[in-house]
Design a protein around this ligand. Structure first.
Ligand code: MRU
Length: 363
């Protein structure tokens, strides 16, 4: 992803070869703030307080966070404590547990410096794999966008998305954004409706910023506007990311996704999920069991924004108490397909084994 013409990954090692650079996503789009992580505790804080966020990006940060922790203490006890500290940062995205388990398997056979080296190696691989996964999600989704665009006879293909499942939520490319960028780059006329995504406004602040940087036409809408746009025929496709998909295909994503899926179903608008395989939780039968993160009510009762003088400030927007469930579950029956790095799935597992059913095989 390029920002003002410079290519970045969302997370990378600094030139010192061990400290980790992320962006403070809370400051975007107003300012590009580079943050240097040097300890496991800082990495845990960055995830819990959402300096960095999005399921694959949380996983990548945790992987490097564990590596930072081992630099200070590579003992078995410190490894276990670091694992638990990082796992407790955010409960919903299964990618966090996946990455930490990958790290445990990679470092457990070693001790001392060899363990630290193994940790950095696996964390680097997790990041590189994520980039490749997202590129391949793009390649899987591109033919779908091409087909849909053909039917528009020259009119723009209108895609609605919710939250941020773009580059900032991954190491590079993004899940939903990879096919969008590829389609845009090959000249397909695409326009994205960007849900603002209250309460933290990841759509208005982050997705819109990314699309603007890539030159993709887009419009920010209030979360409640999607239903009307679908009734009017102004949405051709909904495309969202996910934090966890269960064996039966239920999809957990940012609060408000379910309402978009209901509206899409009622209006015959295809509703697709873009996801990497590590987001599929084969150990969980259905969305009923997914832990839904309850975040601080302050994210609902307060908002921040830029004032006319350029300063960014937080404002209180209600006198009342708030509640802040951060994710919801979209039942599998409302999902048209799952765009993964291996192709588009009709079902994430065939019911008997963990083998998926590909769209191409049922078409
Ligand atoms: O609370 P967030 O901002 O971490 O939530 C992010 C989302 O819900 C994304 O859509 C999801 O993680 C997919 S990211 C590729």
């Amino acid at each position: 992803m390029k920002i003002n013409g410079v290519h970045y990954r969302s997370i990378a090692l600094n030139d010192d070869g061990w400290s980790v650079r992320i962006f403070d996503q809370r400051a975007l789009p107003w300012e590009l703030v580079h943050v240097q992580l040097t300890t496991l505790e800082q990495a845990a804080r960055a995830i819990a307080e959402m300096w960095t966020r999005g399921a694959p990006m949380i996983a990548a940060t945790a992987a490097y966070g564990l590596s930072l922790g081992l630099r200070e203490d590579a003992s078995d006890a410190a490894l276990q404590k670091g694992y638990e500290t990082l796992l407790a940062t955010r409960p919903t995205a299964v990618n966090l547990r996946w990455a930490l388990d990958e790290m445990l398997s990679a470092v457990k056979p070693y001790q001392g410096q060899a363990r630290i080296d193994a940790a950095y190696k696996r964390a680097g691989e997790i990041c590189d794999e994520d980039v490749e996964i997202n590129r391949n999600i793009g390649l899987s989704g591109l033919p779908l966008l091409r087909e849909m665009a053909k039917k528009k006879s020259g009119a723009p293909l209108n895609i609605l998305t919710h939250c941020n499942a773009g580059w900032l939520a991954t190491v590079d490319y993004g899940t939903i954004s990879a096919p969008i960028y590829m389609a845009h780059d090959e000249g397909i006329d695409i326009h994205v409706w960007v849900d603002e995504t209250r309460p933290r406004n990841q759509g208005a602040l982050l997705t819109a910023y990314e699309l603007q940087q890539h030159g993709v036409p887009h419009t920010v809408i209030a979360d409640n506007a999607g239903g009307l746009l679908m009734q009017r025929g102004q949405v051709d496709l909904c495309l969202v990311g996910t934090d966890r998909v269960t064996r039966n295909g239920d999809v957990c994503n940012k609060i408000g996704t379910y309402l978009k899926a209901l509206a899409a179903h009622d209006n015959n608008v295809p509703f697709y999920i873009a996801l990497p395989y590590p987001t599929i939780d084969y150990s969980m039968e259905s969305g009923d069991f997914i832990p839904i993160e309850e975040r601080s009510a302050r994210e609902v009762t307060h908002m921040s924004g830029r004032k006319a003088d350029g300063s960014v400030e937080e404002f209180q927007i209600t006198l009342s108490d708030g509640a802040n469930p951060a994710f919801d579950i979209t039942p599998a029956r409302l999902v048209s397909g799952y765009i993964t790095e291996r192709g588009i799935l009709k079902q994430v597992c065939n019911g008997e084994s963990d083998e998926p059913i590909f769209m191409a095989d049922v078409a």
